[in-house]
Design a protein around this ligand. Structure first.
Ligand code: ASP
Length: 588
């Protein structure tokens, strides 16, 4: 037997037992005639003690152990003279009588401790060492707990976990596909799934009724902290359900997960908000509901003065930051710089301070008198001591999005985005289409298999921009954690939607003929959704990034720096695939 116990297991009640442990050397300390070794494995750390007076040879051997050596030790469990209350095994130590070095280790490139000295790149390059650290390992344990709970919950409710293929054709979810050349079909390519969307719908046609899959999805997008080229979804689909059934069941799942993992009980139903209200009040389709600061529109009360910026604006609105009237010139300049950043793109920021003495001081005092500003303050429901921050623009939605970014910035500055708090929200009634400037056509906002709202069907051909969809997103703390929709199950309606996004009948048939055919054979009404597993874990772990919730993530350039992927392939492989490369000089 390699070991009788793990390094996280022994307690004072085990005193007197002879045990064998195996693990990694965290630390070696010499104190007089005693040598102490912290032995670590996944479960914890146990102190080993080597007494020079009792066994000089063994003690010499222990002193020579290097960090991260793998050893096996047998000894007696003893009560420690100086206890360590910080670790569960801190009352005991093992008085070693046998030591076996199972493997040596080079000095690791960074310290394998909670506070490591390793930078991001180094940690990624030696990810297997990083994974030995508590912080990262705990996230993966949490991930395992979550997937276990999800499977348990869904299987108990008749969901069948079904695998769908990875080598498919492109599914139009809006991102670029990763493609895989087919050796047996020269010149032809598979695409890796952006999601199993159409396969899960076919499973509904097949009568599976309730499907789920914890599944890898692939999207060739520009990466950010919360994006990876390959990520995992909890993908679900149900037959004979409507939107409230799907929302109801998955809300129950989320509540179950939070109650079990975090001991947080959401007693009320989750808030639901239309997409239109989310944009109007928060300037985002994924509002962070941990704090208020909702928008107040003042477009119609700011006109007819000499301030042209407001006179010509289609939207003037702002937020009220409580108690911030004391902001200094420097603070206000910083906020102005923030909204002018290219990522935000506003032309400028107007502020109005509601001073404690009831007077107003604003950046537009030249154009508006105290009565004007008082009227604004009433709209904002502002009190003396508050600060109103106002943006304006010619495009309503763009201005709302800018104001939404300012709202989040203020939330951060005021410490209102506390990672230990959770504010869930369903955003519903998304527009069916959005205008794509680049291709000058409407695109499906969710995907083209989403059902338009019955009452908006009349506008499908005449005013696509007005059609709302039976689509819903689950948003937690300003993060889109899940999304789904009621699907089209009627062949004719599917054809109409394809047409609305500019697909000719021929194109629709060549791309999705098989789906349209399937819909001829008794497709049931169905609906579903998918959660981003990585994002869910990061939120449960209170992290901003999903990277440390994934065992082997890619960096921001989409590279795995440990195995150095992607990489060039041999000419012979290219020849076999009938591929010739045309890499621009600058990328070589
Ligand atoms: N396939 C969709 C997505 O990946 C989710 C869904 O509609 O179920 O966003």
């Amino acid at each position: 037997m390699y070991r009788t116990n793990t390094c996280g297991e022994l307690r004072i009640s085990d005193k007197g037992k002879t045990v064998t442990l195996a693990g990694w050397v965290q630390r070696v300390r010499k104190l007089g005639g005693m040598t102490f070794v912290d032995l670590r494995d996944r479960y914890g750390i146990t102190q080993l003690a080597f007494d020079e007076a009792k066994n000089k040879e063994l003690s010499d051997q222990a002193q020579k152990l290097g960090r991260e050596y793998v050893i096996q030790v047998t000894g007696l469990v003893e009560e420690r003279a100086s206890k360590n209350s910080k670790i569960p095994t801190g009352d005991v130590e093992i008085i070693a009588s046998e030591l076996n070095i199972l493997n040596t280790s080079d000095v690791p490139p960074f310290t394998i401790e909670d506070e490591t000295d390793g930078g991001d790149d180094l940690r990624m390059k030696y990810r297997y060492l990083d994974l030995r650290r508590n912080a990262v390992r705990r996230n993966l344990e949490l991930r395992n707990q979550l997937t276990f709970l999800v499977r348990d919950f869904l299987v108990k409710r008749n969901f069948i976990e079904t695998e769908t293929p990875c080598l498919i054709n492109s599914t139009p979810e809006g991102a670029r596909d990763f493609v895989v050349p087919s050796r047996m079909n020269p010149g032809e390519f598979y695409a890796l799934p952006q999601s199993p969307q159409l396969f899960k719908q076919l499973l509904m046609v097949a009568g599976f009724d309730r499907y789920f899959q914890i599944v890898k999805c692939f999207r060739d997008e520009d990466l950010r902290a919360d994006r990876q080229p390959e990520f995992t979804q909890i993908d679900c689909e149900m037959s004979f359900v409507k939107q409230p059934d799907v929302i109801g069941l998955f809300e129950e799942l989320i509540k179950y997960v939070f109650s079990t993992i975090k001991s947080i009980d959401f007693n009320e139903p989750f808030l639901q908000m239309t997409w239109h209200d989310a944009m109007r009040l928060y300037g985002s389709d994924k509002p962070d509901m941990r704090f208020g600061m909702t928008f107040v529109e003042i477009t119609d009360i700011v006109k007819n003065r000499d301030f042209n910026v407001f006179n010509t604006a289609a939207y003037v609105g702002g937020i009220c930051a409580e108690g911030c009237a004391s902001y200094s010139r420097k603070d206000l300049d910083a906020l102005t710089d923030f909204v002018k950043r290219p990522q935000v793109g506003a032309a400028g920021l107007v502020y109005v301070k509601y001073n404690a003495d009831g007077t107003f001081k604003s950046s537009v005092d030249k154009f508006y008198n105290q009565d004007d500003l008082k009227a604004w303050a009433e709209k904002f429901n502002a009190k003396p001591g508050d600060l109103m921050l106002i943006l304006s623009g010619s495009d309503v939605q763009k201005t709302q999005i800018q104001l939404g970014q300012l709202r989040l910035e203020m939330g951060d500055r005021l410490g209102l985005r506390d990672n230990t708090k959770y504010a869930p929200l369903w955003v519903v009634d998304f527009p069916m289409f959005e205008w794509d400037e680049e291709s000058s056509r409407f695109k499906a906002m969710h995907h083209p298999f989403t059902s338009p709202k019955a009452e908006d069907l009349q506008y499908l051909e005449s005013e696509p921009g007005r059609v709302r969809a039976d689509a819903y997103d689950f948003v937690l703390n300003g993060v889109e954690v899940g999304g789904g929709s009621v699907r089209i199950h009627d062949r004719n309606l599917q054809s109409r939607v394809f047409k609305a996004i500019g697909l000719t009948e021929e194109e629709a048939n060549s791309k999705f003929g098989w789906l349209l055919t399937a819909f001829k054979y008794g497709a049931p009404p169905h609906a579903g959704l998918a959660f981003g597993l990585d994002r869910m874990v990061s939120l449960l772990a209170g992290l901003d990034s999903i990277r440390d919730c994934i065992a082997f993530p890619k960096n921001n350039a989409g590279r795995d720096v440990m195995i150095s992927a992607p990489s060039v392939i041999d000419q012979s492989q290219l020849d076999e695939l009938c591929i010739s490369l045309n890499v621009p000089e600058k990328d070589k």
